[in-house]
Design a protein around this ligand. Structure first.
Ligand code: GCV
Length: 836
């Protein structure tokens, strides 16, 4: 029989306000406590140091068990003789209880969890491991999984870090969730309370290090005051076993040190860094180390003095060595002024070109941190060939949780499957199995160090990443860094149960949306390995394929009227295919053996090139964009099917994003298709591209106070034009006679929502108001802002089930505000089931 108290506690779990702050650590009640009805009533903490991870584990277990099972457990510091949840290091456990049955050795940060006997035993190789074991236990019971278990779990790699690109002024580079939790006005933030909760989140998925400032580093982080501030930040992370790291500006000795050089071999520079390092360790005794971006995108580095990148890395390695620190040295080094006129130039070659000659020259506490692909977190890239090139150097893989090229958390893109594909990729070094995951774990080439770095960029938004569903990426990052053999779908479903609910419908729906989301996003952005096709010169958000080419950034597509793609072959192109080990190189060298999804990454082909699928390249583009955008529409309906099954606040917030994504997917679809249709002049076999029979173009309406505006890029407006008010104080109206057959339609209005103003709109039919809205998405979404009419600001609002009689008058009234001239693109009258 369920008691009254149990019912109240279950109800409390259901109705508690949910804003996403607690993420997967909600500790929501589970309905059946199964075997755990006889859970011990006390926790015994062995060798717990004040504020150490074992103490944290005790508090976390207490809180979790209370939330999940409604049971109060006490904490003791010594064995009681009664059944207990015993938490501590293996060493401490053995002293008190003797050996424990463990299958497999405990490695650094690993743990043993047993729920099979009278006691629940959670034993870590170190204190951090014990905390991870506690989180494993809580993850299980939090999902209603009460099956007895006894297992050892060791991390796949020692380095499992988050990187945050926070600036001292409180902004976050490529952050889409508000302002910095770490810094404000040039100093550490005054209020650090959220850092404790962030530390919890990170520790709960096995992250053991955090670099808190942008790799484009500000030297004034090293001022005495800021060094002291770092001490306070480290104190908030330490109880969770998360060690602090910082990014360095290579030129600091000159910028803030008063030296006239930052030459890494100059004795004055060496001693400056050694002193600063000592000061840092005095403030943060367990500082994990440094992260360095050098000679990349305008950052200073050793090349200025004709020193090698290894000279630069080793300078820091030697400084931190006596303190036990490490240096993460980024392989993201390239020249962003290369000439596009030379068809042999290739940014994708840069990492191997720079680092191959240095293999073996890095100190053993240097780890070269390599982005997963050769360019920059695109929607699809092959793994970086540097992974198989460096044999005598420690390496780590850099992944990006923040969705810089993948929709800024305003599009749903679950990244587990993308990362998994890269990690499982077998590079066949020396014709032997050489999966990326085994290279970065240091196992394949027998290196002492290796691991993972994930660019997270959490911000001040309550839900951390600005999107409830995007949090699956942070969870999956930690889980895959701990064990890359896990399946992304399994990880996702654990996350859904912990974050939302164990209701099978909730699990099915979020699984379906999330597992489709990466292919869907790839379909309506950049296909066949051409890269994301976003605007790389401005926000990295909406479509602008032309921005890729004819500049020094090297993210070229080489698209012209007849052909497209980078020729990266050895025989004819940039030679990039030849940077891979022979088996992979020969696969990429030949069109026949290159998979369709990387065709344009490696080959320059006519639009009429026939793919393995039997379609031409151009028809694949058209079809994929239509398919992707169509599936994005279904996410709205799928999510709506969860009404009442997800708390109201998160339900509404996710719904808002999905509706927005559905509209923006259409912007992407039309924009990319129109761009390539214009360029190639090859029509869509299905005759969809450029034909929109349900639309009324705003520029074709009768305008009063509005004028036609040629949008740039042209393909980000239907018919290339939009309308804007004639001045930023004039209210405009656009009217048209409706010639569609009488009936019920969904009325969609495509408009532009600019940063810097909140225009008001009203749409009416025969003076009957259909809807009103404001151009205020900048307050509701997180993507990088734009002040122009373009692919970033283009968006759609839909009014459903509008009755229309042929001959009615459609009228839109737009009232400008600030710099936003109430811009309108078109109105669609969509019969049921039509998306256009
Ligand atoms: C932090 C890309 C991003 C930059 C980022 C850089 C890097 O170029 O657009 O914002 O800089 O990568 O990873 O260093």
């Amino acid at each position: 029989m369920i008691s009254f108290v149990t019912i109240v506690w279950l109800l409390l779990g259901i109705v508690a306000a949910e804003d996403g702050y607690r993420a997967w650590l909600r500790y929501a009640p589970v309905a059946s406590s199964g075997n755990y009805s006889s859970l011990p009533s006390s926790i015994v903490l062995l060798n717990a140091t004040r504020n150490g991870p074992v103490s944290t584990a005790g508090r976390e277990l207490q809180q979790g068990i209370r939330g999940i099972l409604g049971k109060r457990v006490d904490i003791n510091e010594t064995a009681t003789g009664s059944p207990a949840i015993i938490v501590g290091t293996a060493e401490a456990y053995k002293l008190v209880y003797g050996d424990f049955e463990e299958e497999g050795e405990l490695e650094e940060d690993g743990y043993y969890l047993s729920t099979e006997g009278r006691d629940i035993v959670i034993v870590g190789q170190n204190q951090r491991g014990a905390l991870y074991g506690a989180f494993d236990f809580l993850r299980r019971i939090g999902q209603g999984n009460f099956a007895p278990t006894s297992h050892v779990s060791n991390p796949h790699a020692p380095i499992r870090w988050s990187n945050e690109w926070d600036n001292l002024d409180g902004t976050i580079e490529r952050g889409y969730a508000g302002t910095s939790l770490f810094f404000q006005d040039g100093h550490r933030a005054t209020n650090l309370f959220r850092l404790t909760d962030y530390a919890r989140l990170l520790a709960s998925v096995g992250i053991n290090g955090i670099v808190i400032n942008n790799v484009n580093a500000n030297a004034s982080l090293l001022s005495p005051e800021n060094i002291q501030g770092l001490g306070s930040i480290a104190n908030t992370f330490r109880p969770y076993g998360v060690r602090l790291g910082i990014s360095l500006n290579f030129a600091s000795p000159q910028i803030i040190g008063g030296l006239n050089t930052f030459d890494p071999l100059d004795p004055k520079v060496i001693s400056w860094w050694s002193n600063i390092t000592d000061a840092l360790y005095a403030s943060v005794p367990d500082l994990a180390g440094y992260l360095v971006k050098a000679n990349s995108e305008g950052q200073p580095g050793p090349l200025t003095y004709n020193r090698t990148l290894a000279d630069g890395a080793n300078l820091f390695a030697k400084a931190v060595k006596p303190h036990g620190g490490i240096v993460m040295f980024r392989a993201f080094v390239y020249d962003h002024h290369i000439s596009p006129d030379n068809w042999k130039n290739d940014r994708a070659n840069a990492a191997v070109d720079f680092f191959k000659p240095l293999d073996g020259k890095f100190d053993d506490n240097v780890v070269v941190q390599i982005k997963y692909g050769p360019i920059d977190f695109q929607v699809r890239e092959p793994p970086s060939p540097l992974f198989s090139t460096l044999r005598k150097t420690n390496v780590a893989i850099e992944l990006q949780i923040t969705q810089e090229y993948l929709g800024h958390q305003d599009h749903l893109v679950y990244l587990g499957p993308l990362w998994k594909e890269i990690l499982e990729y077998d590079l066949r070094a020396d014709d032997r199995p050489s999966k990326v995951k085994d290279i970065v774990s240091s196992e394949r080439f027998g290196r002492p160090l290796g691991g993972f770095a994930g660019v997270v960029n959490v911000g001040s938004e309550n839900n951390w990443l600005g999107s409830h569903l995007a949090m699956s990426n942070l969870y999956a990052y930690g889980m895959l860094a701990w064990n890359p053999s896990l399946e992304p779908q399994d990880i996702l479903q654990d996350w859904i149960r912990l974050t939302f609910s164990s209701d099978p419908k909730v699990i099915d729906v979020i699984t379906e949306m999330s597992m489709k989301s990466w292919p869907v996003y790839e379909n309506y952005t950049g296909n066949l390995g051409i890269q994301t096709l976003t605007d790389i010169l401005y926000t990295h958000y909406g479509p602008n394929p032309a921005s890729q080419d004819n500049n020094g950034w090297g993210q070229w597509t080489r698209a012209n009227k007849h052909t497209i793609g980078m020729d990266r072959t050895v025989k004819n192109g940039t030679g990039n295919a030849g940077q891979y080990p022979p088996q992979i190189a020969s696969q990429f060298e030949n069109i026949e053996t290159t998979p369709d999804n990387l065709l344009l990454w490696f080959h320059h082909v006519p639009y009429t090139q026939v793919l393995k699928s039997g379609k031409t390249v151009i028809q694949h583009f058209y079809d994929a964009h239509y398919e992707g955008a169509a599936v994005a529409q279904t996410f709205v309906k799928l999510w709506e099917s969860l009404k009442g099954k997800v708390d109201k606040e998160r339900y509404e917030e996710v719904l808002f994003k999905q509706v927005y994504q559905a509209g923006h997917a259409l912007v992407w679809r039309d924009s990319i298709n129109q761009f390539y249709y214009n360029l190639s002049e090859i029509p869509d076999q299905a005759k969809r591209v450029g034909n929109h029979s349900y639309r009324i173009e705003a520029e074709k309406m009768i305008l009063n106070g509005y004028k036609t505006y040629g949008v740039n890029p042209f393909h980000t407006a239907s018919g290339y034009n939009a309308i804007v008010t004639t001045s930023n104080t004039t209210t405009g109206t656009a009217t048209a006679n409706i010639t569609f057959a009488s009936g019920t339609y969904d009325l969609a209005v495509n408009y532009y929502d600019l940063y810097g103003g909140k225009a008001d709109y009203e749409v009416s039919i025969n003076n009957r108001t259909v809807g009103k809205w404001a151009g205020d998405l900048e307050d509701k979404l997180g993507h990088a802002p734009s002040i122009y009419l373009d692919g970033h600001t283009a968006t759609r609002i839909t009014f459903k089930g509008v009755n229309v009689t042929r001959g009615d008058t459609l009228r839109i009234l737009g009232k400008p505000n600030g710099i936003e001239p109430a811009p309108l693109d078109y109105v669609s009258f969509l019969p049921p089931g039509i998306v256009d």
